[in-house]
Design a protein around this ligand. Structure first.
Ligand SMILES: Cc1ncc(COP(=O)(O)O)c(C=O)c1O
Length: 375
């Protein structure tokens, strides 16, 4: 008797179906009154008014393909940061920059190295290219340079460091980034993800741009999704060594950034008043939330970004997942981070004053001894 033959069908590349799909911050729960989304680290002040005007001004260009190289935005970035235009990569969000770097540099069986709680998009991009992900232990929710270096082996092609990090919000000083870079073999690309760099006022921090100017293996990324408030437009950029930018340019989809995104990004970059206001808002409410939530007995990780990571007790009814549900019922949508290996924590974006006060009030009630947290 012939053995049964499996029917032929389309098969994705090995490993694709093992990738856990990226779970974005929830937008709301059915039935909750006016849900407030504090789950995706967006800018609760909205977008720069100048960017909104610029977006509207190109509405009649919808029928046209964009300039694939994004010349005007490229020029705006070059002028603002003092960079060489041919070393800029524009992406459909920085997520696409990570995906393009992975596609261009990872061979089957290579690996990337990241922190144990590192941002999920790096791993998805690596696995999509049949590469492995090596996680380096963190200390006190902070990347540990020695552990990162230990994780690097002969098959490592990319090391991803978000600084400040997501979901922890912690920061590595420039001296540690320099030490990490000095310990890497020259063929390994160090990606310094500055998604939250604009919110960091720690004097020991810099975004690595000076290192990237000189080094042949450092890429610095910045996004328009956070301080500039353009998350829906999907636009970000990177400063890369010339050879890296040239390699990525060959696989970039021809029109990966849109006309409205490019126009809004140029205007946002020039709107220093909005950037200052956004930073000031975070600088006002970040310490307040830290102090208030710590006062409730919660373990708040000091943050350099526009969100806070909050540790909850392990006792039934007072766990992070209970708190997430409790807040959701009150219309406050926050981010459970169990998928990041942090089941006892929630990540909460710094909101407007009313949101922040509502979070503290709700969590005070949630943590109050004897209170019935089931409702
Ligand atoms: C650390 C980090 N890097 C990059 C991104 C993605 O940014 P973009 O919207 O530019 O794809 C995020 C978004 O949450 C992030 O947290």
């Amino acid at each position: 008797m012939n053995a049964p033959v499996a029917p032929l069908r389309p098969e994705p590349r090995p490993g694709i179906l093992d990738i856990a799909p990226y779970v974005p911050g929830k937008a709301g729960v059915p039935g909750a009154v006016q849900p407030v989304k504090l789950s995706a680290n967006e800018n609760l002040l909205g977008a720069s008014p100048k960017a909104i005007d610029a977006f509207r001004a190109v509405a009649d260009q919808m029928a046209l393909y964009p300039d694939g190289r994004g010349a005007l935005l490229r020029q705006a970035v070059v002028e603002r940061y003092g960079l060489e235009p041919e070393r800029i990569i524009l992406g459909c969000g920085t997520d696409e920059v990570f995906a393009m770097l992975s596609q261009a540099f990872l061979r089957v069986g290579d690996n990337i190295v990241q922190g144990e709680f590192g941002f999920g998009a790096y791993a998805i991009a690596a696995r999509a290219n049949e590469a492995e992900v090596r996680y380096a232990k963190e200390k006190d929710y902070r990347l540990d340079v020695d552990a990162l270096l230990e994780a690097v082996d002969a098959r490592t092609r990319l090391v991803f460091v978000a600084n400040p990090a997501n979901p922890t919000g912690t920061v590595l000083p420039a001296s540690e980034i320099a030490r990490l870079h000095a310990g890497l073999p020259p063929q390994v690309i160090l990606v310094l993800d500055g998604a939250y760099a604009e919110f960091c006022v720690d004097p020991t921090f810099d975004d690595g741009m000076d290192l990237a100017r000189e080094a042949a293996n450092v890429v610095v990324t910045h996004t328009f999704s956070k301080i500039h408030g353009l998350a829906s437009l999907r636009i970000g950029w990177a400063y890369a060594p010339r050879e890296v930018a040239e390699a990525v340019e060959r696989i970039r989809l021809p029109f990966n950034t849109s006309i409205p995104a490019q126009a809004a990004a140029v205007a946002a970059l020039g709107d220093l008043e909005f950037q200052a206001r956004s930073l000031e808002h975070v600088e006002t409410w970040r310490p307040w939330l830290l102090q208030q939530l710590s006062g409730l007995g919660l373990n708040v990780v000091p943050s350099a970004a526009n969100f806070l990571l909050i540790g909850f007790p392990k006792s039934p009814g007072r766990r992070a997942s209970d708190a997430e549900a409790y807040l959701a019922k009150r219309g406050l949508i926050v981010r459970g981070v169990a998928s990041y290996g942090l089941p006892d924590h929630l990540r909460i974006t710094i909101g407007l004053e009313a949101h922040n006060r509502a979070v503290v009030e709700a969590l005070a009630e949630f943590m109050r001894p004897g209170s019935d947290v089931r409702t």
